[in-house]
Design a protein around this ligand. Structure first.
Ligand code: F6R
Length: 637
């Protein structure tokens, strides 16, 4: 992999970023960024070793640093990087928490790093989750003292929580705080709830290094990946220093870098509204983005924006390029208008110059990839319905079994029915026993997982039949990376890609739809998308791929921004109801679903609200008033 160190050190220049108070660099790929950071750490370890000195590292857990640790392990195994001179201090641990518990940060650190390198066990420091409560105070003072005694932290790695926390310094933390116990914020507990299989099981308290402890580190690198972090990253970098956003205290550190991917950086002013902070090169996409933004800001439709609206909001040079607001507005209005189509597979015999899809071939072969068995109908149920109705050969490919999201109660119901029907079936009884004897945090037995997969399969088939797809066109790929039986999934491997390649090369599709979710860069949707991207790369040379267009939809949590949408498919009120019905077939995902997040609405409600919201935004911009719109963006490979 080519490592662009220059990009790392130079990309975050301050001339471009006058609102920004923390040095930051943005990468298009979090894996690449992680490798660069791992190399910075490795260099430091080597320099210290040459000087016969210890290298003191402050370490974080969570999803953000996983790839950094993976590269450090690789450097140890393949390039003989030694950790013999390294002393580590971890930021935090849940309280109470036994180290052997798989949710503990002790377990995380050993699984991802310590078990695979030559660090001396006595040099590892992780706050203890088993200390007696009346000893915590002294324990924390000693933790800080120990850091001081070894000469302070040379390099501190941080993640950032959606509350703005660093370590577990939640809102309200004092800038002078030392290591201590702290009550976790509700949002932090929601974010941890999938790892603990339910928010009620997430500890309420943790021990964390303090803000002051962290800020004394000689060098700090904070990692933030994905659009879920974008809002808080902006506040930390551009906002005022406030205890409400504890990471904003880092503005006072003189050797800090925030390392971001494009998702996490997307709310920064220089990215979101660059015309407010610097002269812009006005490409077509940026012009559309600016017009949509201005229209929302002024609460006017696009065609009503005036010269002074543009001039007063940093876009005078855009006006100069286009002559007048009138010409510019018409151009942008037409751009948006051309994204709308009731013919997502292309309109036969029509002029397609300004349509999102080609008219030919008039009957297309289509694959809808759905990461879990329900994203197809949740995210594009209306479009799915139209594609089938308009006579295309629509195949659905469920990439994972989704078995982890079926509750034990749901599985028990089916096992008991099977037991009664089969007159005391031994297999069904085993499943019942396995569920009854399962201890907290135990993995499901293979039989229970199989039943849970089957439940989701049959729900999916009910929905696809309802939308008129023959069973032979419904494919359950069961990608192996997902089948760990645990929340934590494996890595994408050759087998996953060859399953994807087999399907694509058999169907030779003219259109592929896939979930383009970037909200959770380590989540299943992103892995499924990566699997598709790798397949497309491998199959690109095949002749039939020249005719294949790829459209990305967004999953249950986010929608494309209006300026990003390249195809918007309207739904009538009846189609909205039909889509709702299709989602209803996924009964195991209704009423108190396991991985709800902090949005208490059921999936059909989220989907409906989101599609109505998109329609409203189009209407506010001055376009036609539809009941709902599903949105897609084209991916060019
Ligand atoms: C972990 C820690 C936390 C995380 C933060 C982000 O040791 O101290 O501050 O860094 O909650 O977590 P992820 O990386 O999982 O998004």
């Amino acid at each position: 992999m080519d490592i662009d160190i220059i990009k790392y050190t130079e990309a975050g220049k301050f001339e471009d970023t006058r609102l920004e108070k923390i040095h930051n660099v943005i990468f298009d790929d979090s894996e690449k960024a992680s490798i660069i950071i791992a190399h910075e750490i490795a260099n430091l370890i080597k320099v210290k070793a040459l000087q016969n000195k210890k290298c003191v590292l402050g370490l974080a857990t969570g999803s953000s640093p996983v790839d950094v640790y993976e590269e450090l392990v690789r450097l140890h195994k393949e390039e003989s990087l030694s950790f013999k001179n390294v002393i580590t201090f971890n930021l935090d641990e849940y309280y109470p928490m036994k180290p052997e518990n798989t949710q503990s940060y002790w377990h995380f650190m050993h699984e991802h790093l310590f078990n695979h390198i030559d660090i001396l066990p006595e040099n590892i420091n992780i706050p203890s989750g088993t200390i007696k409560s009346d000893e915590i105070h002294q324990y924390c003072i000693d933790y800080d003292m120990k850091i001081k005694e070894v000469g302070g932290i040379d390099f501190q790695l941080l993640g950032i929580g959606r509350t703005g926390h660093i370590g577990f310094n939640e809102p309200g933390s004092h800038h002078n705080s030392g290591t201590r116990n702290i009550t976790l914020d509700h949002i932090t507990r929601v974010d941890a709830s999938s790892a603990f299989l339910g928010i009620e099981k997430v500890p309420r308290v943790a021990i964390t290094m303090g803000i002051s402890t962290i800020r004394k580190a000689k060098r700090i690198v904070l990692l933030a990946w994905g659009i879920n972090k974008a809002g808080v990253v902006k506040k930390a970098i551009e906002g005022n220093i406030t205890s409400e956003i504890p990471s904003s205290y880092l503005q006072n550190h003189d050797n800090i870098t925030f390392v971001l991917d494009e998702g996490a950086a997307q709310e920064l002013t220089r990215i979101k509204t660059p015309w407010l902070v610097k002269p812009c090169e006005w490409t077509d996409p940026l012009t559309l983005k600016a017009s949509v933004w201005l229209s929302e800001l002024k609460q006017k439709s696009i065609l009503k924006l005036t010269d002074s609206d543009y001039n007063n909001n940093g876009m005078s040079n855009l006006l100069i390029e286009h002559g007048s607001a009138y010409d510019l507005n018409i151009k942008m209005f037409n751009n948006l208008q051309h994204t709308i189509t009731g013919w997502p597979g292309g309109k036969p015999k029509a002029d397609d110059t300004n349509r999102p899809e080609r008219k030919n071939p008039s009957k297309k072969r289509i694959i809808i990839f759905s990461p879990h068995p329900d994203d197809d109908v949740i995210s594009m149920g209306g479009t799915f319905d139209r594609l089938v109705e308009q006579g295309h050969e629509v195949h659905i490919a469920y990439q994972t079994s989704g078995n982890i999201a079926v509750s034990d109660t749901e599985a028990m119901k089916f096992a008991e029915v099977a037991q009664v029907l089969n007159g005391g079936s031994v297999e069904a009884q085993k499943i019942i026993d396995d569920i009854q004897n399962k201890k907290e945090f135990d993995m499901d037995s293979l039989e229970v997982r199989t039943l849970k997969s089957l439940i989701r399969r049959k729900e999916s088939v009910a929905a696809t039949r309802y939308l008129g797809v023959p069973d032979a066109r419904v494919h359950f790929l069961n990608l192996p990376f997902y089948e760990t039986g645990k929340i934590k999934k494996g890595k994408l491997g050759k087998e996953d890609i060859s399953i994807m390649n087999d399907l694509i090369s058999t169907i030779k599709p003219h259109q592929i739809y896939a979930a383009g979710d970037l909200a959770d860069p380590h989540g299943t949707h992103k892995v499924c998308l990566n699997a598709l991207f790798i397949s497309l790369k491998e199959l690109k040379k095949e002749k039939y791929m020249n005719d294949c267009w790829v459209w990305l939809y967004r999953g249950a949590w986010h929608e494309w921004e209006i300026h990003e949408i390249e195809m918007a498919v309207p739904m009538s009120p009846d189609q909205v109801k039909k889509k709702r019905q299709a989602i209803f077939y996924h009964q195991s995902q209704k009423d108190g679903v396991l991985f709800q997040g902090d949005d208490s609405r059921e999936f059909w409600m989220r989907a409906e609200d989101r599609n109505k919201e998109t329609a409203k935004k189009y209407n506010d911009l001055g376009l036609a008033d539809y009941a709902a719109l599903e949105a897609f963006r084209r991916y060019h490979f």
